[in-house]
Each structure stands twice: as structure tokens, then as C-alpha cells.
Design a protein around this ligand. Structure first.
Ligand code: 5RP
Length: 233
């Protein structure tokens, strides 16, 4: 199967690769920064797939030696298909991590998690020496929550309790994320539900408030992280 078809197949949560040319440009820029011996964390989403593809070209043409720590099983499978060597967070710490985002504000706060992998994405970013967030300019917003909900990964038995607690801290809309193309709710790789939430006001404390609810595994809100944002116009 051609890699483009693999890309489309993997992106079950996204029918098309929006702004593909811009994403390819930023993917090439990122891949060009890889050096021999790098340990690289890879998030998820179409920009990450495109960057892995560019990295694989360098690995095969230039005999570049590097290892990738994937944020999801899908990304891990893609690495296998592209012949990119992998390692794990048990064995190594990433020199740098690259990832996409759904929204980025002027202080580089982020909403992520349209693909549902925000727990492992956050773990990679926290474990990394340096992080690059690759976006096209459509992802830049004046205030977070303009276009995308904040995804919250929830332990299944805690669903009702968490919904109630989210309302108490100001959630104005809460929706259980549906499964792709079938009945029922989507499950993360860890077997949890995702609640897509809207808040009228997103401030610096919200990420911690979400995390402190028993039953919340992680949220897609990234406030105050030390990330380098690369924007393709
Ligand atoms: C997945 C993510 C992605 O990085 C985010 O959704 C951006 O995706 P894309 O690169 O396809 O625009 O957070 O959980």
C-alpha cells in the first residue's frame, strides 16, 4: 500500500488532510533538523505522519541513525511501515519531540487531542528536552476554545461523576466522543472515554482543575509548556 493511502487510512478521525501543502512544508523543515543519534518523540495527527515520511526519506537516503518514541500504536505501526527504528520512554529520553496542535494562542498555550492521544502526547512533551509544535496558520487563535473543544480522557466507571464535576467547574457543553462510523463511544488506546468539553472561560488554572478530578486521566489543554511553535503560512 502506498504511504499516502496508509496516511488516509490511519486518519480515521479526519476525512481529509486539511492544508496539506502547508503541512508538508513544515514537515520538511522539521525533518531537516534531525541529526545522527537523535532520540525523537513523535506525537500524532497528519502533520506528524507527514514529518515521519520526510524523516524516513532521510533515514534511507542519508543513512541517518535515529530512533523515534511514538505517542500511539498508530504512529508506531507507521514507523514500522516506513522503516523508522523505535525505542520507548522506559529506555530513552527524547532529545526532542514534534507534534501538531488543534489550537495555539499567542502565549503558545495549546489545545490538542482531536486524535485522542493527548495523554501520551503530554507524557512525551513532559519527558522531552525540547518540543516543536508544527502547525499551519489556521491553528492560530486569539483565545483557546475558539474552534475546538477541550478533550478530557475519562476512566469509564468515573464517567457520570466526572461529568458532574466538569459542570461544577464551569463546563458549558459536554459531549461523549462517538466512535468512528459505528454506534457507541470511542475508546482511547488505554480503554477510556473522551469527553469533548467547552468552557466559557479558559484560564491558567483550568488544566490543573481538570487533572484534579478523580477519574480524569488527562486533558488536551496544554497551558504554559515550554514549546517552540513552527508555523507554516
Ligand atoms: C492528536 C493531536 C494532533 O496533533 C492535532 O489534532 C493536529 O492534527 P493535524 O496535524 O492532523 O492537524 O493533538 O491528538
Amino acid at each position: 500500500m502506498k504511504w499516502e493511502n496508509q496516511l488516509i487510512n490511519h486518519l480515521q478521525w479526519s476525512d481529509t488532510i486539511i492544508n496539506r501543502e502547508n503541512k508538508e512544508r513544515v514537515a520538511r523543515e522539521m525533518a531537516a533538523m534531525a541529526k545522527d543519534g537523535d532520540i525523537i518523540g513523535a506525537g500524532s495527527g497528519s502533520t506528524v505522519y507527514l514529518t515521519l515520511f520526510e524523516l524516513s526519506k532521510r533515514i534511507h537516503k542519508e543513512k541517518l541513525h535515529l530512533e523515534v518514541i511514538p505517542a500511539s500504536q498508530e504512529i508506531s505501526i507507521t514507523c514500522v511501515q516506513l522503516g523508522i527504528p523505535q525505542t520507548t520512554l522506559w529506555e530513552k529520553r527524547p532529545d526532542w519531540t514534534f507534534d501538531g496542535a488543534d489550537e495555539v494562542d499567542s502565549d503558545h498555550n495549546l489545545i490538542k487531542g482531536r486524535g485522542g492521544a493527548m495523554f501520551k502526547e503530554k507524557l512525551l512533551i513532559k519527558s522531552s528536552v525540547k518540543t516543536f509544535i508544527l502547525i499551519d496558520s489556521s491553528k492560530l487563535v486569539n483565545s483557546l476554545g475558539s474552534h475546538f473543544p477541550i478533550p478530557v480522557e475519562v476512566f469509564p466507571a468515573a464517567l457520570s461523576y466526572v461529568e458532574h464535576e466538569l459542570q461544577k467547574i464551569g463546563a458549558s457543553e459536554i459531549a461523549l466522543r462517538p466512535a468512528h462510523g459505528k454506534d457507541g463511544a470511542i475508546l482511547t488506546e488505554s480503554g477510556n472515554f473522551i469527553l469533548d468539553t467547552h468552557f466559557n472561560y479558559i484560564d491558567a488554572s483550568l488544566e490543573q482543575q481538570l487533572k484534579s478530578i478523580t477519574g480524569v486521566i488527562e486533558s488536551g489543554l496544554f497551558i504554559g509548556y515550554d514549546v517552540n511553535v513552527i508555523v507554516s503560512p
